[in-house]
Design a protein around this ligand. Structure first.
Ligand SMILES: Cc1cc2nc3c(=O)[nH]c(=O)nc-3n(C[C@H](O)[C@H](O)[C@H](O)COP(=O)(O)O)c2cc1C
Length: 359
């Protein structure tokens, strides 16, 4: 049985379920597996350089017969001022010393060696590979990029965390809006870095529904039939599934990171700017606790670039205290099955729960 609604018809997929883009977790294999279940796979390109985007798109497209989404970050990049230079150097020293105190020797990059991607280059790659769907987070695309994507028949999905952001996306001509609730794992998709809207998803979704006309995808805390059904009642026609897939066979998380998820408790899940400078939800650890009470948090993407090398070294050392394990507020058993199996089970559960979801 297939659910047919605005989202399935617009995108050309069997079920209005979206495998959430999860940078650092999503792999081409996850996108392929989601697509195999009839859902929309989302390939996370984050802020990767255009050539790397091309490689990932190629290795996904070769195995996916249905449309899949590619996801990019469209954040504002602050100018490098003298103050930023000073703050960067101080933060670098603080983080290196903190790591050393915990047995991790790491040399973080100098500010001038950091590469920052302009998302417009990613859009060139996306268009050249004839991708059918692009989703984005951390703001809105510029008008020229929207026009280029539309001229090339690419469907555009933007992310909002407030009614005002949803209205701005609709006014800019974005085709579909992903409403991200505060519950969601990973980064808040808010337009500005801080402060971020703090409205819970199940309050935000019906308000967005009242204010905009484009189809809505809901993201944040969905993990079973009843949460999906509730989101449908509140106005969503697409259902984005993130944290449920964290331990799936295709997840890029390493075994020690997956093991940490097995004994996570409510009080471990926090919102933090420590790793990237933007608020993200994940599992509290030594690094997060130390940084969040310090002054050493640079604006995004500088904090993110600075801590990248630390996270690489911590991963290699299986050190759970210096990696970011993003996870949402809905704690569950985190299946280790394949993304296809997890999605198919979810789809069956929804069908069994309420046939009215099938329209
Ligand atoms: C590990 C992780 C990484 C994420 N990375 C991205 C990303 O690259 N782009 C994006 O738009 N959203 C990202 N998100 C947010 C998800 O797309 C989605 O909104 C969220 O997972 C939904 O909430 P849930 O985790 O409760 O299912 C990420 C979430 C997680 C858990």
């Amino acid at each position: 049985m297939k659910w047919s609604n605005q989202i399935t018809q617009l995108i050309g997929i069997d079920y209005p379920i979206i495998q959430a883009p999860m940078f650092g977790v999503t792999t081409p294999e996850m996108v392929i597996a989601a697509s195999r279940a009839g859902a929309l796979g989302s390939l996370s390109l984050g802020d990767l350089p255009a050539e790397r985007c091309s490689e990932l798109i190629r290795s996904t497209a070769a195995y996916v017969m249905k449309p899949f989404a590619v996801n990019i970050f469209v954040n504002h990049v602050p100018e490098v001022s003298l103050n930023l230079r000073l703050a960067y150097n101080e933060t670098k020293v603080f983080v290196e010393q903190l790591a050393l105190q915990h047995g991790l020797e790491v040399a973080l990059p100098e500010l001038d060696s950091i590469h920052i991607t302009d998302y417009r280059e990613q859009i060139d790659a996306i268009i050249s590979h004839q991708c059918k769907v692009v989703s984005f987070t951390f703001g809105n695309l510029d008008a020229q990029s929207i026009k280029r994507l539309k001229d090339n028949d690419v469907m555009i999905i933007g992310t909002c965390t407030s009614v005002a952001e949803a209205i701005a996306l609709e006014e800019a001509g974005i085709d579909v809006i992903c409403v991200q609730g505060l519950e969601a794992g990973g980064h808040r998709g808010s337009f500005q870095e801080a402060p971020v809207p703090e409205i819970g998803g199940f309050s935000l979704l019906p308000q967005v529904k009242e204010h905009v006309n484009v189809p809505l995808i809901y993201a944040g805390g969905l993990y079973n039939a009843s949460t999906i059904h509730s989101a449908k009642l509140l106005g969503a026609s697409g259902f984005q599934i993130g944290s449920l897939l964290l331990k799936s066979k295709e997840s890029a998380l390493l075994d020690f990171e997956k093991a940490r998820l097995s004994h996570v408790k409510e009080s471990d899940i926090v919102l933090t700017r420590s790793f990237s400078g933007r608020y993200a939800r994940g599992i509290k650890n030594t690094f997060i606790e130390a940084l969040d009470k310090s002054q050493y948090i640079l604006p995004y993407p500088y904090q993110n670039k600075l801590t990248g090398e630390l996270r690489k070294v911590a991963k290699a050392n299986k050190n759970v205290d210096f990696v970011n394990i993003w996870a949402g507020q809905s704690i569950h058993s985190y299946s280790e099955l394949s993304t296809t199996d997890i999605m198919q089970t979810l789809i069956r559960e929804v069908e069994n729960l309420h046939t009215s979801l099938v329209v």
